[in-house]
Design a protein around this ligand. Sequence first.
Ligand SMILES: Cc1ncc(COP(=O)(O)O)c(C=O)c1O
Length: 392
Amino acid sequence: MNYEELKALDEQYVMQCYGRFPVGIDHGKGATVWDGEGKEYIDFTSGIGVCSLGYADEGWVQAVSDQAAKLGHISNLFYSQPYAQVAQKLCTRTGMSNVMFANSGAEANEAMIKLARKYSYDKYGKGRGTIITLHNSFHGRTITTLAATGQDKFHDYFFPFTEGFRYADANDLDSVEAVAGHDVCGVMFELIQGEGGVLPLDQEFVTKVAELCAKRDWLLLIDEVQTGVGRTGSLFAFQQYGIQPDVVSFAKGIAGGLPFGGVMANEKCRNVFTAGTHGTTFGGNPIAAAAANYVLDTIDDAFLAQVQEKGEYLRSQIEAMDLPCLGATRGMGMMIGIEVKGDKTNKELATKLIESGLLILTAGPGLRLLPPLVATKEEMDKGLAILKNTLG
Ligand SMILES: Cc1ncc(COP(=O)(O)O)c(C=O)c1O
């Protein structure tokens, strides 16, 4: 099937709710992918932060195939080794206490919101279900996670939205205090607002909110769906902010390309979810869990140090190009935002770059890079050369 046939088939049978670029990807290796006609692209997207180990990593393929040949699914009514091991690895490396598995970022955040509300209900009774989130955040596409998302453009069409969210300004403690009340049970935020434009929160703000949460027994709920699993150069971004959250959500990169996610809770919250209070059929699926075990084993300290180095390399090279349409870079590790200047929009620049063989993302008004964490120097240099030649 050539590209035109694929596009026609998709348009006939698939709901057109994504603004897609005109490329049909067929296969990949490392941080390089090829379309159906054999054209090569350097990938600085990782499938929006999912393919943390790139494409067709041999160990990942082996782990997934071995588990598929053994037990593809069994349900949460029975114990299964792969996901108990993922939970152990996550807790051991983060200081968290236990884990509930889900299948996507939105679902993980739903679990985090439910956990916060139940924690508060168990302790204080009804009337304390409000969660403070930040303007410009993004927490998912379910009705409740859309409500949690602090951007008006996501609050259309699907009324009624879930109640119980109030929005404060990022990096402004007064704004958090201004929306606080006796009905609050938690504060939820991304440490780097990803979809909002790759905007890291200030250390001081994060520390102060953590202190406020501890003082008022609000749960500190950190959405690490995009920042987690090595993306920022530590296993989770909160580890670089020196805070110990009550609950952390994760998804995207955890299983290197399979749907998987969940929440980790600290000791205070370990018994909030009791039998029957939360669940999902696919959560903890053994194949996805086997993939996650492989990803977590691969992302050791030496690997994380390389993520830091690669991120710094990409940013310094982009800044040194001094292109008229690009401004400063920002972010942590291999989660990089680039300011867009001039009369072309980020979408126009991304379209040109993709045509030229570099897959790239937008975020807020800027460009965003989320390359596979395994991208080689040669792949990064190829991508950087396309960026320079196309936009220079
Ligand atoms: C910070 C954050 N939270 C939640 C989500 C939603 O994740 P998913 O698309 O897997 O539901 C995303 C997705 O981009 C995200 O970046």
